[in-house]
Design a protein around this ligand. Structure first.
Ligand SMILES: [Ca+2]
Length: 326
């Protein structure tokens, strides 16, 4: 998913198309539970044995073999047998510059079915291949669509077996399509399933070495909190929509957001506010110093397409303007 499967770069999805942005994200832990119990077991289960993993995949502990890992690695190398899926793209906008800053890739079915439709087909045997395929699909589509901004891809660290080996397919896709590595951001969705901090740190270290940026998704909820921020030191934090919701009417929510923005400025981390749905929230967020925002107010995810700067429902700098679209 937007989950280790998410590693799935997957996760993003909107199983409730008429709902809020959260529905579109489709990668909350509870949502994953609802989507596919097998997937949840994959995401939450312990790392597989790595003993007789194929060449290029070396077990950290050198312990015994796991046929699942062999199959997973083989599937990643060979493309595997996967169900059809594709991506939608939702912009993250820069209020200060009045331009789209990035696009988040969100998994969809071939007929624009929501993420739940896709994730429901993920099983323990195809999780790794699916994760790899999501990355490749996102990069290929981004290149085809001419995306010249940052591309944000969801992933679940638990679907990465060995960072250096598992990233090869992604690197090849970037090279093949000409999409610059330094425009790739990987959003980490955290949950209690990511118990192995050393593994997570190894992934982040390798991804940074490759020029990727790291975002901490759903920040301020559950396990994606201040301790994780200090530990992982991401480039970006994406503040969960629960804080943006009605922030124009709730001074506590707005104060928390303002504090996170100040914190981001202090430590050099970009702060993105997710789930912005109303013009009144945009005005409040602007007053709190927010610069990077994402949500239905500005643009909904576009199936195999991208919104342009001129499509965005901007609000004038004085805050007097009104939403014009979305
Ligand atoms: Ca995300």
């Amino acid at each position: 998913m937007s989950t280790p499967v998410d590693t799935l770069s997957l996760l993003p999805g909107d199983s409730e198309p008429e709902g809020c942005d959260r529905a579109d994200k489709g990668h909350g832990r509870g949502r994953v539970d609802a989507v596919n119990p097998n997937l949840v077991s994959v995401l939450r289960g312990p790392p597989p044995d790595k003993g007789d993993a194929p060449p290029g995949v070396v077990a950290a502990d050198g312990s015994g073999a796991a046929s699942r890992v062999r199959r997973a690695c083989a599937a990643c190398r060979e493309g595997g047998e996967l169900f059809p899926f594709t991506m939608a793209f939702q912009p993250i906008v820069d209020l200060q510059e009045g331009r789209i800053d990035a696009y988040e890739a969100l998994v969809r079915g071939p007929a624009n079915e929501g993420a739940a439709h896709v994730l429901g087909q993920v099983t323990p045997d195809n999780t790794y291949a699916f994760d790899q395929a999501c990355r490749v699909k996102a990069i290929e589509l981004a290149a085809r669509l001419g995306i010249d901004r940052q591309l944000s891809i969801n992933f679940l660290p638990n679907a990465v077996y060995e960072p250096k080996a598992c990233i090869q397919t992604t690197l090849r896709a970037a090279t093949r399509t000409g999409f610059p590595r330094d425009r790739l951001t990987f959003e980490i969705l955290e949950s209690e399933s990511i118990a192995d901090t050393a593994h997570l740190m190894a992934i982040i270290s390798e991804y940074r070495r490759q020029g990727f940026k790291i975002a901490l998704d759903d920040f301020a909820t559950g396990y994606s909190g201040l301790a994780r921020l200090a530990e992982l030191k991401p480039d970006i934090i994406k503040v969960d929509r629960v804080l943006a919701q009605d922030c124009d009417k709730d001074r506590v929510r707005l104060a928390i957001i303002a504090s996170l923005i100040a914190l981001g400025t202090e430590i050099g981390v970009k702060v993105v506010i997710e789930g912005v749905e109303h013009a009144s929230e945009v005005r409040a967020l602007r007053s709190a110093g927010a610069r990077f925002v994402q949500g239905f107010h500005f643009a909904r995810p576009m199936f195999e397409g991208i919104a342009r700067d001129s499509d965005i429902a901007w609000i004038d700098p004085g805050g007097a303007g009104a939403a014009t679209g979305a």
